[in-house]
Design a binder for this molecule. Structure first.
Ligand code: ADP
Length: 629
């Protein structure tokens, strides 16, 4: 049980408090008991030497008990709570054995009333022990039996009627206080448990309150920054557009104003795309498409994008040569590295930027690292820089200095790739961002990342495409577009139409399907029915593609998880074509591989044309299934 340990510890701590709290009172009671016993035996002391030894021991044990109490008060941390409890039990053994065993003297004295007097004293002591040690089983069992059992045995052994009765009464008393002590202990345990529960509840409430406060603060910051960043270009566009109406403006001024408007629209577009990108990653529709590829190629692609910026600032951009092949998603990795390099360049004024791969002790993989000798990030800022719209030093929220969306995107992408973004940074001395990647299989490495895209030739010619959309104008548009690419197209208004087309012998190479269909049917359902029909007809490797304006539905997430390609509206012709060609190419190579030609298989549902990302804003326009801008 989760709380078991804290409760046992709390019980022990409370026990230590209770046990030791009684010790000073016990100290005086024991001196009183010694005085009483010595005085009743004084005139008729059987075996005086033994008696003296026994009572000297009793006195010493009593003083030792007090010394222990002082030690506990002064250095409570010297022993664990359990240790203090055990030590107290040892004290009980020493302290209670003396008066308990000393009743032997009473039975060897000539005074007949001594056993009775001694027994009365023992019962008094046992009652005291019940009060002080009853909470703890160990301390109770190391004291009460020592006090009462010798007396019971000796009374029974005396073989007289009234002594035997006394022995029985004593035995009854012994059992009774044992039973009481047990329920006493249970009660004590329950009280402590309730206290711990309450404490636990109070602590977790405090933590939750803190988390809620932090979240609310972060949300406030987020909305303040986001609304500012979105409103700023909108405001500018509004003012600029109004000035276009100014009849006194020259045509040169108008052209300039129009340029400004275009720039602001671009900025707005870029910001929207960044936000949408984050939302897509978060909603789970971004697909991870892993392949085996040479890391050096990816480094080269990203390096080429950023070295002009680095060179313009007089920074050296060093890319460590590497020959390893990794198994990962090159498109997502390119975005990650693009963001990290762009930050490295932005936040470094002199020195160098380094990008490379390090094994760092990993056998089946290693780390990709991006280092810079820039301004670094103070420790206190390091936990915040991954929050959306958070920027360390841009209080005026100058859009030219970014929006604070790069690192949140990077962090999520790396999470999506199954790794974790690590940061080491010292203010003023630079930063290192790194994350783990898995090694790939050189034999299965794709021929080349750029070539993979370039090698997509006009594979559309002569392909049969079945389009399912309940909007006739879209069907007409698709038919004309695909027809121009040399495809043979068949349109279907719904699932039934599509199945009919198949029944009439139309064998598609691809099925394009809108997500929201008429009669509350979804494209996913239609595609499943079509795929079933095709499978029954012996066609397995048909490319299917879903087109949607929806972004975060549970069904879309499930499709993404199954690797079913999804394109998000608006779909440009170029993107549609590239996606289709890649899917066909992938299906062809999968077919070739299963028929034993040994061609490299591209894993995942579709290979992306990385061409889209080159030179584009790092977060957008990836042109891959599942994340179309
Ligand atoms: P942006 O760079 O657009 O501001 P990011 O999310 O990429 O947004 O980064 C958030 C903040 O983290 C930046 O404002 C910057 O202060 C800090 N930061 C990111 N990368 C670095 C780096 N390499 N060196 C120093 N600071 C950095």
């Amino acid at each position: 049980m989760m709380r078991a340990d804290p409760i046992q510890r709390a019980v022990d701590e409370d026990l230590v408090g209770v046990l030791y709290a009684q010790d000073p009172i016990a100290f005086f009671s024991h001196w009183f008991s010694i005085a009483v016993l010595v005085s009743i035996y004084w005139h008729n002391m059987p075996s005086p030497q033994l008696f003296a030894a026994c009572f000297t021991f009793y006195g010493i044990a009593n003083c030792a008990g007090l010394a222990m109490w002082v030690w506990n008060r002064r250095q409570p941390g010297a022993l664990t709570p359990r240790g203090w409890i055990r030590l107290h039990a040892l004290r009980s053994v020493l302290l209670y054995s003396a008066p308990g065993l000393a009743i032997w003297f009473a039975f060897h004295s000539r005074q007949a009333e001594l056993p009775l007097l001694h027994t009365v004293l023992l019962v008094t002591l046992a009652a005291g022990v019940f009060m002080s040690n009853g909470f703890d089983r160990l301390n109770f069992t190391t004291s009460v039996p020592l006090l009462l059992l010798p007396a019971i045995v000796l009374h029974i052994g005396s073989h007289t009627f009234d002594r035997t009765i006394l022995a029985i009464v004593l035995a009854f008393f012994f059992c009774a206080i044992n039973v009481y002590a047990i329920s006493y202990r249970r009660l004590f345990h329950r009280v402590v448990e309730a206290r711990v529960d309450q404490q636990y509840l109070a602590e977790s409430l405090a933590v939750q309150k803190h988390v809620a406060e932090e979240a609310s603060l972060a949300k406030t910051r987020f909305f303040a920054a986001a609304s500012h960043d979105l409103r700023q270009p909108l405001h500018a566009i509004g003012l600029l557009a109004a000035s276009l109406n100014d009849p006194t403006a020259t045509s040169e001024q108008r052209t300039k104003t129009a340029d400004h408007i275009v720039n602001n629209v671009d900025a707005l577009n870029q910001l929207f795309n960044q936000v949408l990108d984050l939302a897509r990653i978060e909603s789970g529709v971004t697909q991870v498409i892993r392949m085996h590829f040479r890391l050096s190629e990816l480094f080269e692609r990203v390096g080429n994008q950023y070295w002009p910026q680095a060179a313009a600032k007089g920074l050296a951009l060093r890319i460590a040569p590497t020959s390893i092949v990794i198994h990962d998603d090159p498109v997502l990795l390119e975005r990650v590295l693009g963001n990290l390099l762009s930050n490295a360049v932005r936040y470094t004024e002199e020195g160098a930027i380094w990008m490379g791969f390090r094994r760092a002790g990993r056998r089946m993989g290693g780390f990709i690292e991006v280092r810079d000798s820039g301004i670094g990030i103070a420790q206190a800022e390091q936990e915040h820089i991954f929050e959306e719209f958070y920027q360390v030093a841009n209080p005026q929220r100058d859009a030219r200095q970014g929006h604070g969306l790069g690192l949140p995107t990077v962090k999520r992408l790396i999470g999506l790739l199954g790794s974790e973004l690590q940061l080491r940074s010292v203010a003023g001395r630079g930063s290192v961002f790194r994350f783990a990647v898995e090694l790939g299989d050189p034999v299965r490495a794709v021929a080349g990342l750029s070539d993979a895209a370039a090698a997509v030739v006009l594979t559309a010619q002569g392909r049969h495409v079945l389009c399912i959309d309940d909007d006739p104008s879209i069907l007409a548009g698709l038919a004309s577009l695909l027809g121009r690419w040399g495809c043979i197209v068949r349109g279907a208004r719904d699932e039934r139409d599509a199945l009919e087309a198949l029944a009439t012998g139309f064998v598609p190479d691809a099925v394009l399907c809108d997500y929201q269909l008429a009669n509350h049917r979804t494209g996913a359902q239609a595609l499943a029915a079509v795929r079933d029909a095709l499978r029954r007809g012996g066609r397995e490797n048909v490319v299917t593609l879903l087109i949607t304006g929806d972004m975060a539905s549970v069904e879309l997430q499930a499709l993404a998880a199954q690797g079913i390609p999804v394109l998000h509206k608006p779909v440009t012709p170029a993107r549609l074509r590239r996606t289709l060609e890649l899917l066909w190419q992938q299906a062809d190579s999968a077919r070739a591989a299963t028929s034993g030609s040994g061609a490299g298989i591209v894993q995942g549902s579709a290979v992306d044309t990385m061409a889209d990302t080159v030179g584009a804003a790092p977060s957008i326009q990836l042109g891959r299934p599942g994340q179309l801008a």
